[in-house]
Design a binder for this molecule. Structure first.
Ligand code: PMT
Length: 211
């Protein structure tokens, strides 16, 4: 199988020295890439800025911004059998990217943000019957309900719902727990474990159970 995986955060520049980003470390996406390589699949890893080492056998595509991630994923989508979007892509970016460092003044500062492309939703509109599209849902509340909404709205085959905002799971932690939900309504709870083990379980499920 040709497996396309995204990982890590994006960085949306404000000026040459500042950006908007999030706490994603890339650990979940890189664990998925390593497991997929170990299972013998051809892996393309599209990664935001992280400090992790990618699996040697994977093709690594480094990006910074949501726009770069959009281009990198869309241009490789047609050749992929399975697509897993574990990256934490920015939903908004500064409308103006200043070419010089923003000078501080005494008053408040208002930044105007504009929407980025929802890559996963775009992939959902282009999905072929022979492709398997897997999204992640990072939630602080109503985990299952919110994830189910994303699964339907974005035309996914599977969604991996995980809680964020707790030290032992989600962003940056070495461990994570998830609820994997299929298009036809299967719900599989995966308890807290190391991200490497969770990644293997997620791949086993999406490759062996029809969505
Ligand atoms: O990297 P780690 O530190 O290991 O943390 C792992 C993780 C918490 C980042 C990961 O497990 C995770 O939940 N990734 C998805 C984070 C996220 O952006 O979730 P969301 O619910 O906001 O987005 C839903 C889905 O849409 C995701 O698959 C996301 O990749 C995708 N998306 C979001 C915005 C956007 N503009 N384009 C997208 O494709």
């Amino acid at each position: 199988m040709r497996v396309l995986i995204t990982a890590g955060p994006t960085r949306e520049p404000i000026d040459p020295v500042r950006f908007i980003s999030n706490h994603s470390s890339g650990k979940m996406g890189y664990a998925l890439a390593k497991s997929a390589v170990a299972m013998g699949h051809d892996v393309i890893l599209v990664s935001g800025p992280v400090t992790l080492s990618p699996p040697e056998q994977a093709e690594l595509v480094r990006v910074q911004t949501a726009a770069e991630m959009t281009d990198a994923v869309l241009s490789r989508y047609d050749n992929a059998d399975i697509i897993i979007m574990a990256a934490a892509v920015a939903d908004y970016r500064p409308k103006d990217h200043l070419s010089q460092k923003l000078k501080k003044s005494d008053g408040d500062l208002t930044l105007v943000l504009e929407r980025t492309t929802d890559i996963l939703a775009e992939l959902g509109t282009r999905k072929r019957a022979d492709q398997c599209l897997v999204g992640f849902a990072a939630e602080t509340e109503n985990l299952r309900e919110n994830a189910q909404g994303k699964l339907t709205r974005k035309n996914l085959d599977w969604i991996v719902a995980n809680r964020v905002g707790q030290a032992d799971r989600g962003f940056a932690a070495d461990t994570n727990a998830a609820t994997v939900i299929s298009r036809r309504g299967d719900v599989i709870d995966l308890p807290l474990t190391r991200k490497t083990d969770l990644a293997r379980e997620i791949l086993k499920i999406i490759m062996s159970v029809a969505p």
